[in-house]
Design a protein around this ligand. Structure first.
Ligand code: HEC
Length: 111
């Protein structure tokens, strides 16, 4: 008579799994929406120098090299500009810069 408890625990697992999926799905969709929005901004402002899909031709810094710890460096460089790169302060909002960061992080070498 093992089938009953087994059935019950299977049911419990199904309920738990359904809840996990229900909670995780909107968050993942939201993240993807941010990444896509960041890609669109990248294609408008950064693509010409930093390369298609973040793949640098070697002339400019490859943004995929930025690690999770480089957020402050990223914001400073983007806002103030660096050498051949113009400053983006007043051009991009902090929300747009955040979306760019989401896109770059999603494609970084070191996640
Ligand atoms: C006109 C060409 C050009 C455009 C457009 C451009 N960049 Fe750059 N970017 C550069 C160059 C050149 C460098 C390398 C600067 C250096 O270290 O001398 C650079 C470097 C960087 C760095 C690294 C700076 C560091 O800390 O070493 C970041 C981050 C960056 N760019 C982000 C962006 C983002 C985001 C955009 C779009 C909003 C963008 N860039 C648009 C040319 C450009």
């Amino acid at each position: 008579m093992t089938s009953r408890p087994l059935k019950r625990s299977l049911h419990r697992i199904t309920v738990v799994a359904t809840c996990v999926v229900a909670l995780a799905a909107p968050a993942a969709a939201q993240d993807q929406a941010k990444i896509d929005a960041g890609e669109a901004i990248y294609n408008d402002y950064c693509f010409t120098c930093h390369g298609e899909k973040l793949v640098s031709s070697g002339q400019t810094f490859d943004l995929r090299r930025l690690t999770a710890a480089d957020r402050a460096r990223f914001e400073n460089s983007v806002l103030a500009g660096k050498n051949q790169m113009p400053p983006w302060r007043g051009v991009l909002s902090s929300e747009q810069i955040d979306l760019l960061w989401q896109f770059i992080r999603a494609n970084a070498h070191q996640k």
